[in-house]
Design a binder for this molecule. Structure first.
Ligand SMILES: Cc1cc2nc3c(=O)[nH]c(=O)nc-3n(C[C@H](O)[C@H](O)[C@H](O)COP(=O)(O)OP(=O)(O)OC[C@H]3O[C@@H](n4cnc5c(N)ncnc54)[C@H](O)[C@@H]3O)c2cc1C
Ligand code: FES
Length: 282
């Protein structure tokens, strides 16, 4: 076959069975699962895979490529049946994957980035940090969680921020680690103290709404990684709609300009039956 031919576009849609090579506890009720998959290993930061726990459910999960040997990690937090089935998987078990899907974060031209990650929102931002740090981007990070037991990747994030000359801060709602309070309050302080040319955020939507508003006031371009209920994950079923967009296909990462057109952003989402649900701030 001619090696210069591009890969067929249907390839990410083909379900693959992958064997779990390693699992590790990462935080309270949160585990990482690592496996090999050539397509997922080419995912860009913010892209996701549809991960199938056989006989249970298929759920969207951010993909963290290791950068070698087609190794990929997903980090799963327990929420319901699908995530619980994945958390029960052990080394040697098989799971399914489709993807990578979606549009991730844009990295071109960034020199000084601020990332604000809340809860599992830290997972795609870690992928972004790993991609930006070797490009000599100064990276700062505000990592927020309810308690110290839910903080994800604080050692790696702290090390990478330090290596790039950036700032790293932690906030927890109960004060069990870092500053007691909201990640958005810390983000406002950091935005005031240093200059940035890009803000990235992922986490609870009320938090992202505040971060996007802060970046608007500071006149800094911003991007946010959204979550909705995904069923097909590939632009067919419409369950993930926000305004005229499909989060699985047009996102999950959206620019501030696009988010500002969407009155639902940070205010309402949809449940599994498509009914609008008000987003609460905590
Ligand atoms: C692009 C994207 C990337 C994601 N990356 C990760 C990740 O790296 N790690 C991780 O732990 N989680 C991630 N999630 C969230 C994860 O997909 C949901 O937690 C999971 O689908 C819940 O399924 P469940 O069967 O465990 O829970 P269910 O029993 O289906 O639902 C439990 C609760 O989670 C809510 N929920 C269900 N499905 C979703 C969904 N697709 N998105 C958000 N909330 C949902 C339900 O409304 C309900 O409140 C991501 C979601 C998206 C959209
Ligand atoms: S999840 Fe089906 S269109 Fe987005």
């Amino acid at each position: 076959m001619n090696a210069t031919l591009s890969k067929p576009s249907y390839l990410p849609h083909r379900p693959r069975a992958v064997r779990i090579l390693e699992t590790a506890d990462q935080a309270s009720r949160t585990k990482s699962l690592s496996f090999r998959d050539t397509l997922a290993a080419a995912a860009t930061p913010g892209q996701f895979g549809m991960i199938w726990a056989p006989g249970k459910d298929e759920t969207p999960m951010s993909l963290l490529p290791a950068g070698a040997y087609d190794l990929v990690t997903i980090v799963v937090k327990h929420r319901g049946e699908g995530s619980r089935a994945l958390l029960r998987k052990k080394r040697g078990d098989l799971i399914g994957i489709r993807g990578p899907y979606g549009k991730g974060f844009t990295c071109a031209g960034v020199k000084n980035a601020l990332m604000i990650g809340g809860g599992t929102g830290a997972i795609p931002l870690l992928g972004l940090l790993r991609a930006l740090a070797p490009r000599r981007v100064t990276c700062s990070f505000v990592l927020g969680a309810h308690t110290s037991h839910e903080l994800l990747f604080q050692d790696e994030i702290g090390r990478l921020c330090k290596e790039t000359g950036g700032n790293f801060s932690i906030t927890t709602d109960d004060g069990s680690a870092g500053t007691k309070g909201l990640a958005t309050d810390e983000a406002a302080k950091v935005l005031h103290a240093r200059s940035f040319d890009r803000v990235y955020t992922c986490g609870p939507e009320a938090m992202m709404r505040t971060v996007v508003d802060l970046s608007e006031r500071a006149q800094i371009p911003a991007e946010a990684g959204l979550e909705r209920i995904f069923k097909c994950g590939s632009g067919i079923c419409g369950s993930c709609c926000i305004g005229p967009y499909l989060v699985c296909k047009d996102g999950p990462v959206f620019s501030r300009e696009t988010l500002e057109e969407l009155p639902e952003f940070g205010r309402s989402t949809r449940d599994a039956s498509g009914r609008p649900v008000i987003i609460r701030s905590s």
